[in-house]
Write a protein that binds this ligand. Structure first.
Ligand code: F6R
Length: 248
């Protein structure tokens, strides 16, 4: 892993967006497609804002881009304002020229019986496109990546999981009260994430300081899923002045 300390979170966002844009442009020159793994939450918003700006002002096209989102809450319709589907259109997809058919976000409204095959198909679609070129990640206060909660399996693939209390409490302000926060979600697995060729992990702000330290300066442990990133050959850990750590 490569640790990059930025003074401010938005500077990290600009840099990550710039690198994604260069990669997209490179694949366009080669007449190839590219596959991005995307996250929701407050952390990647500055990346999406910059990508939108580059689309509008610098002719960055997303016509050859395929995206796969990390996760979605179970039980929420696409039109629900807290669904990750809604988030992605609100922050990125509505403003760029990505073909709608290239967008993949786990479906939160599947019937229970359909979930298993749906998740396998999500994995197959990623593989058929040649795997994820660039994966963006944030981190939960408990060390989750996507919704791979503590004690998940490093070899896990896309599946339905039960959200932990910490994750549901952290989501409560957006949903109004704890009882309104979904109890389950679909998430890409740890293996799906670790198979990405390049990863940009971002963590900003005081509230993430402790978990960042635990994940990247201590041993790899399934109790802290983000610590699995230590084993990834091309993972950039992008931090701000609050989460700043020096590689041990
Ligand atoms: C969301 C996701 C989560 C978030 C994490 C941090 O798609 O995968 O793992 O990245 O919960 O959320 P924020 O950025 O809101 O602090």
């Amino acid at each position: 892993m490569i640790i990059e300390n930025y003074k401010r979170s938005y500077l990290a966002g600009l840099e990550v967006a710039e690198r994604i844009a260069s990669y997209i442009r490179k694949t366009q020159l080669e007449n190839k497609h590219c596959v991005l793994g995307l996250a929701t939450g407050s952390t990647p918003i500055s990346v999406y804002q910059e990508l939108v700006r580059m689309h509008k002002r610098e002719n960055l096209s997303f016509e050859n881009v395929y995206t796969f989102n990390l996760d979605e809450y179970c039980g929420l319709r696409k039109t629900h304002m807290e669904s990750y589907y809604y988030f992605m259109f609100e922050h990125l997809f509505s403003y760029i020229d990505i073909p709608h058919k290239n967008i993949h976000i786990p479906d939160g409204k599947l019937r229970e019986n359909d979930i298993h095959n749906y998740c396998l198909d999500y994995e197959s679609q990623i593989s058929e496109l040649g795997g994820i070129d660039i994966q963006i990640l944030g981190i939960g206060r408990n060390g989750h990546l996507g919704f791979n909660e503590p004690n998940c399996d490093m070899n896990s693939i896309t599946r339905k999981i039960e959200l932990t209390e910490t994750t549901r409490i952290d989501a409560t302000p957006s949903f109004g009260k704890l009882s309104c926060v979904p109890k389950h979600a679909l998430t890409m697995g740890m293996q799906t994430i670790l198979n990405a060729r390049t990863i940009y992990f971002m963590a900003f702000g005081e509230s993430k300081k402790q978990i960042v330290e635990t994940a990247f300066t201590k041993n790899i442990t399934e109790e802290v899923p983000a610590s699995f990133l230590q084993s990834h050959p091309r993972c950039y850990i992008c931090l701000d002045q609050y989460t700043n750590i020096t590689e041990q």
